[in-house]
Design a protein around this ligand. Structure first.
Ligand code: AMP
Length: 399
């Protein structure tokens, strides 16, 4: 079975064609700057990265180019006909309370997804553009929606409720939802396999540390707590997002500095986090390099980040009443050796101990804790696309 995985952002479209017989990637690529004059697509084939400039007006045009030139075309094609694709898996950012698992897409589901748009006004409409484009380009193909929020729908109410007047939850569904569910689910399942344990016997804290970052407390293979909230701005400080701050801060910025709502939104989402504190870059590689040269604000930003991630892990020791294993994943979690070390040093009091040699790795599945560590620590590269393809295959096979 061949599954096409689509992940649409407001101006981007990521695609990955998977052969589910062996779970291998057939081809993949990313269209960027859709709707602008300089849109381009980068594809990865046989280890080579190729950039193709091809301006497109919208997602439908981008997907058409992907299908006609990059999947079936003479030069880059990998299949002879679109009919070779058995199903499409779509990444949907927000499923609200309506979706606690992946679903086969039909008109009714599309309407339900539209109802969650106020919860993800930028993301969900973009994902739906991908769904609509697919419907037009490959008639009658089964499509599955996989939601970033679904895995967290198992959180108990005391872990998702906000201490606001209760009617805001009842009437408007204002609550903590959490994101990166596909990634947290994938790496928690994978770490159990690697440890040769039943996931039901493990108390796991997964740390998805990428540009967006969230932690998740997992018991019995289910999310019971997570650090992002109603939106992906909450939780730990990120590359450029602020994470948890005093909720009155936006009013203060408005009243004392005359900032507008749009300006505050931009400050909190794009100018804060590690970029904000360091003033250097949202990329940890740049901030670490500056720290190595003795830059004080870079050091402060990294110390702050490591401390906050460790605090969240300790918090989840309360949610889980203990931790068996901590997992690091995503860009920073998989690649930033010193960040993993710094976080774990903050957790020495809990008996976490790193083996420096083992931790000297990037993007590999490795146990990085020492033999004496009371809590195991692993690096597990995430694979959200594979998880989406697996869900898609499972649902389509039951049709
Ligand atoms: P993500 O959103 O998961 O792609 O993560 C992006 C972040 O991961 C970047 O800001 C970098 O700090 C970090 N990162 C990604 N790749 C590497 C790498 N090869 N080495 C070190 N850090 C990396």
């Amino acid at each position: 079975m061949k599954v096409l995985v689509l992940n649409c952002g407001s101006s981007s479209l990521k695609y990955q064609l998977m052969d589910m017989e062996n779970e291998k990637v057939v081809t993949k690529g990313t269209y960027e700057r859709i709707g602008q004059d300089n849109s381009f697509v980068t594809i990865k084939q046989k280890g080579d990265k190729i950039r193709i400039e091809n301006p497109v007006k919208n997602h439908e045009a981008a997907l058409k180019f992907v299908m006609e030139e990059l999947l079936t075309g003479e030069k880059y094609g990998v299949i002879s006909d679109l009919n070779e694709i058995d199903a499409v898996g779509h990444r949907l950012v927000h499923g609200g309370e309506k979706f606690d698992h992946s679903v086969l897409i039909d008109d009714e589901i599309i309407e339900l997804i539209k109802e969650t748009t106020p919860l993800a006004p930028l993301h969900n409409p973009a994902c739906l553009l991908g769904v609509e484009a697919c419907q037009k380009l490959i008639k009658d193909i089964p499509m599955v929606a996989v939601f970033d929020t679904a895995f967290h729908q198992t959180m108990p109410k005391e872990n998702f409720i906000y201490p606001l007047p209760y009617e805001y939850y009842e009437k408007y569904k204002i609550r903590k939802y959490g994101f990166h569910g596909t990634s947290h689910k994938f790496v928690s399942q994978r770490v159990a396999e690697v440890m040769n344990k039943d996931i039901k016997d493990l108390k796991i804290v997964t740390c998805h540390l990428g540009q967006g970052a969230s932690l998740c407390a997992i018991q019995d293979g289910k999310s019971i707590n997570t650090s992002m909230g109603l939106t992906p701005l909450a939780g730990i400080a990120m590359c450029a997002r602020c994470g948890d701050i005093d909720p009155s801060l936006p009013f203060y910025l408005m009243d004392t500095l005359g900032k507008t709502k749009e300006e505050i939104n931009s400050i909190l989402n794009k100018e804060s986090g590690v970029l904000g504190i360091s003033g250097i870059s949202p990329d940890f590689r740049d901030v670490e390099a500056a720290k190595a040269e003795g830059n004080e604000r870079a050091t402060l930003a990294i110390d702050f980040y490591n401390h906050t991630v460790a605090e969240y892990i300790a918090r989840y020791a309360v949610s889980l009443q203990g931790i068996d294993v901590i997992v690091f994943t995503a860009g920073i979690g998989e690649n930033q050796i010193n960040i993993r070390k710094g976080i774990c040093e903050n957790l020495k009091f809990m008996g976490v101990e790193i083996d420096e040699n083992a931790n000297n790795c990037r993007g590999e599945e490795v146990e990085i804790s020492s033999a004496n560590s009371k809590i195991k620590v692993y690096v597990i590269p995430t694979d959200e696309e594979l998880m989406i393809a697996r869900d898609t295959k499972e649902i389509v096979e039951k049709m």
